[in-house]
Ligand binder design. Sequence first.
Ligand SMILES: [Zn+2]
Length: 73
Amino acid sequence: MHTQQLEAFGYDAYGNAPDLLAPKDAEAIENGSWQRADQHATCEHCGLFYRQHPEVQGARWLRRTCRAGLVKL
Ligand SMILES: [Zn+2]
């Protein structure tokens, strides 16, 4: 998506939009409950790359994996 569109949704330049975060995701970020993962790391559950998993609404720098929780690529 274009930066202008993302800004219209409330995202800043770092991909954060606190108002859009689900409470559980906000809590996970607050607690640092996410991991770093390699761009080429694959999900043990579904076999897809982590980068093929959905972005977290309100925190586009995180992906939601099947079982490993939230990861930053
Ligand atoms: Zn998966």
